[in-house]
Design a protein around this ligand. Structure first.
Ligand SMILES: [Zn+2]
Length: 291
C-alpha cells in the first residue's frame, strides 16, 4: 500500500482534521439517510471516514460506498461475532479482495470473550488467518477487542502485523501500553462521554496523545447525549471536545493530533480526496495517489 501523504488533500500533516476511524456507514440503519448523515458530519468538520466490513456479505457494500464517496475508505475483514456464519471460502475471498489493493486495512477482526456463546476457538481460527493476511499484504489491522485483550496481544506478538487500531479500547493501562508497544493506536468514542466510564476516561486523559484516535462506531455506542438512539458520525466533533476537556487541551490540538495519528495508523487514508463542501473545501485537488 502506497502512502501518499504528501499529495493528501488534507494539506500538511498537522492541519486540523477530524477522521472517524471506525463507522459502519454501510449498516442498514443508514439506508434511509446515508448521504444526509455524511453531509451533516462533513459540515460539522469531519473530513474522512473509515468503514470496516464485518463479514463477506459486507465486502461489496463497503467497497461500493468508498467508490462512490471520496471521503470514505474501507477495511475488509470478518468480525469475531460473525464467524459462525462465515465459511472458509470467505477467507479466500478476503485474500482476493485484498489483492486488489483498495482496502486500507484488514478489519474489523479480533476476539470477543463477552458474548457467552461466541465460540472462541472458531474466532481464533478466523482471527489468526486474517492476521496472517494482514502480514502478507503489509496492511494495518482494525481490531475488535472485548474481554480478550491478553489473548489478542499474544497473537499480535506471535504474528507481528504492522500495527493499526484497537477500536473502542476498554482494557487496562498496562494492556494499553502493550498495544502501543506493538504499533497500535487506541480508538476512543462514545464510551468516554459517560461520567461513569471512569477507566476509559482515565485512559483517554492520560495515555500519550500520539496513541489516540477518535471514532464513533456508528450506529453503535451512542454518546451520553444520545443514549438509546442511533449514533451518527456527526458526534465525532463533540468527542474531540470531550477528549480535549479530559486532557485540558485546546480542541484544535486534539483534532490535529488525532487526525495525524489516524493517518499514521492507516496510511491509506491519505488517498482520500475531499471535494465537497466543508471546512476543507479548497484544499482538494489532483493527487497522484492510486488506491
Ligand atoms: Zn465496529
Amino acid at each position: 500500500m502506497r502512502s501518499c501523504r504528501s499529495a493528501s488533500p488534507f494539506g500538511p500533516v498537522g492541519d486540523r482534521l477530524l477522521i472517524d476511524t471506525h463507522c459502519h456507514l454501510d449498516a442498514p440503519e443508514f439506508d434511509q439517510d446515508r448521504d444526509g448523515v455524511l453531509q451533516a458530519a462533513r459540515e460539522a468538520g469531519v473530513a474522512g471516514f473509515l468503514v470496516p466490513a464485518v463479514d463477506a456479505a459486507s465486502f461489496d457494500r463497503v467497497a461500493a460506498l468508498a467508490a462512490r464517496r471520496d471521503d470514505c475508505c474501507f477495511a475488509l475483514g470478518i468480525h469475531p461475532l460473525f464467524v459462525r456464519e462465515a465459511r472458509p471460502s470467505d477467507l479466500a475471498l478476503l485474500k482476493e479482495r485484498l489483492k486488489e489493493g483498495r482496502a486500507v486495512a484488514v478489519g474489523e477482526i479480533g476476539l470477543d470473550g463477552f458474548v457467552p456463546d461466541g465460540d472462541l476457538p472458531l474466532q481464533q481460527t478466523y482471527f489468526q488467518a486474517q492476521l496472517r493476511l494482514a502480514v502478507e499484504f503489509d496492511l494495518p489491522v482494525v481490531l475488535h477487542v472485548r474481554r480478550a485483550q491478553d489473548e489478542i496481544l499474544k497473537q499480535l506478538r506471535r504474528l507481528r502485523p504492522r500495527g493499526g487500531i484497537a477500536h473502542a479500547f476498554n482494557g487496562s493501562h498496562q494492556q494499553a501500553e502493550a498495544f502501543i508497544g506493538l504499533g497500535f493506536r487506541l480508538g476512543f468514542g462514545g464510551a468516554m462521554t459517560y461520567p461513569g466510564s471512569r477507566r476509559i476516561r482515565a485512559l483517554a486523559a492520560t495515555l500519550p496523545l500520539d496513541s489516540i484516535v477518535l471514532e464513533t462506531d456508528a450506529p453503535d455506542i451512542p454518546p451520553a447525549w444520545g443514549a438509546g438512539r442511533r449514533n451518527d458520525p456527526v458526534n465525532l466533533k463533540r468527542f474531540a471536545a470531550v477528549l480535549a476537556e479530559l486532557r485540558g487541551l485546546p480542541v484544535e490540538a486534539v483534532e490535529a493530533a488525532t487526525g495525524r495519528n489516524a493517518l499514521a495508523a492507516l496510511p491509506g487514508l491519505g488517498s482520500l480526496r475531499v471535494r465537497e463542501a466543508g471546512p476543507l473545501q479548497g484544499q482538494s485537488g489532483p493527487t497522484d495517489c492510486g488506491q
